[in-house]
Design a protein around this ligand. Structure first.
Ligand SMILES: Cc1cc2nc3c(=O)[nH]c(=O)nc-3n(C[C@H](O)[C@H](O)[C@H](O)COP(=O)(O)O)c2cc1C
Length: 379
């Protein structure tokens, strides 16, 4: 199967084409440190046969954000280092991490926008990405991913909805300028040999937002600026999100259902975005990951077979059954517990509760060791 063909991403050798994309677990501590529970979650997934884990979004700046992982200071390095060492010791999976910058949100309903940032604020964002990238390398990770998708700062700069009037807005050059600077800073920090990827929206799925028309052009620039892989996502915007207890939630509108396709949506609903972007970046030798309701090994295999993507990102399916890759590899497909896309894990995330699966025994923080589909009782 193509799914189990190795792939080399700028020196990072993956055993197979399956990646666990960044998925916030809400298992980090309130201060943003790695906890035992987070470590167990990551190890459970790593030992299930996945090729690459992109550790959940880690905040590069000091901002209150509940149980989100953080990496804005050297004091976060030891916890991350321990995690990376254990993943390497106990599995063949490679470990990356997603770096995120987000703007201020408050319960009063206030949401900071990119138009409000001064040029000094922008310089700080760039500096913070560089410093965080160096910490990733020091912690012994295999790669890092710059979060340029969904509701967060870099994505908001890239968006056609960015209405800045200075050189960080106005046109494509302006809207991409901060990302160009971030990538230069990150690459200077980690060195040319270290694999650096980006997550990018293929389409924002909001009125007046980026579509493939813009994301193709952005992808071409990212390739020229030397990224080593591109993970294509979609939507997840504040602009059409609802407000819960005063806080806007970017995954509650239609755009959010494109990030985490719901059960009433077709399988692989976003694959065409990766396929189109792949046509742009393949000539540069940059592999592309696709995500979004890719339920089964057959479905994943067909995507690779048709050269629509190079990597298959399985978020909810690997939360549900981390052994999905090992079972698929051994053709034990009927032993996989398939994700029902029921919305349980996304609700947990929104409610700041540990992200768990509705199919696990109640109270569990991980899939059981011998997790198997429930057999129907014989009558
Ligand atoms: C609970 C939860 C948290 C997520 N957190 C992140 C995140 O930190 N960064 C990110 O880029 N995507 C995040 N995502 C999106 C996933 O990486 C993935 O793209 C999406 O779930 C679609 O893939 P799937 O259908 O295989 O789950 C999250 C998804 C879920 C369900």
């Amino acid at each position: 199967m193509r799914l189990f063909e190795p792939i080399n991403i700028h020196g990072m050798e993956l055993e197979n084409r399956i990646i666990f994309p960044a998925v916030v677990s809400r298992l980090a501590s309130e201060d943003g440190y790695v906890t035992e529970a987070l470590k167990e979650r990551v190890l459970r997934i790593a030992t299930g046969g996945v090729g690459l884990i992109v550790l959940e979004a880690a905040g590069i700046m000091d901002r209150k954000s509940g149980t989100l992982l953080k990496i804005f200071d050297d004091r976060f390095i030891p916890g991350l280092q321990e995690l990376a060492a254990e993943v390497h010791q106990k599995s063949k999976a490679k470990l990356g991490i997603q770096l995120v910058h987000f703007l201020k949100l408050s319960r009063s309903g206030y949401r900071q926008t990119v138009e409000e940032l001064s040029q000094d604020d922008i310089k700080q964002v760039v500096e913070d990405f560089g410093a965080a990238a160096l910490r990733v390398k020091k912690a012994g990770f295999d790669s890092l991913e710059v979060h340029c998708a969904h509701a967060y700062t870099l994505s908001s700069f890239l968006s056609l909805r960015n209405k800045r009037k200075d050189e960080y807005g106005r046109n494509l050059e302006g809207r991409t300028k901060i990302v160009k600077e971030v990538l230069a800073k990150v690459k200077a920090a980690v060195g040319e040999d270290f694999p650096v990827g980006c997550r990018l929206n293929g389409d924002e799925f909001i009125l007046g937002g980026n579509t493939l028309q813009q994301s193709r052009q952005i992808a071409d620039k990212l390739a020229r600026w030397g990224i080593h892989y591109l993970s294509v996502s979609a939507g997840g915007k504040f602009e059409d999100g609802q407000v819960f207890e005063g806080i806007a939630w970017p995954y509650s509108g239609y755009s959010g259902t494109r990030t985490m396709p719901t059960k009433n949506m077709p399988d692989g609903v976003n694959v065409y975005l990766a396929e189109e972007i792949r046509k742009i970046v393949a000539p540069y030798g940059i592999p592309v990951a696709t995500a979004g309701k890719i339920p089964t090994p057959e479905f994943a295999e067909a995507i690779l077979e048709a050269s629509r993507a190079d990597l298959i990102a399985l978020g909810r399916p690997l939360i549900c059954d981390p052994d999905w890759p090992n079972k698929a590899k051994n053709f034990r497909w009927n032993e996989i517990v398939y994700c029902k896309y029921c919305g349980c894990c996304t609700d947990n995330d929104r409610n700041f509760e540990p992200v768990v699966c509705s199919q696990w025994p109640q109270g569990s923080l991980n899939a059981p060791a011998d997790f198997a589909p429930r057999r129907k009782k014989e009558s």
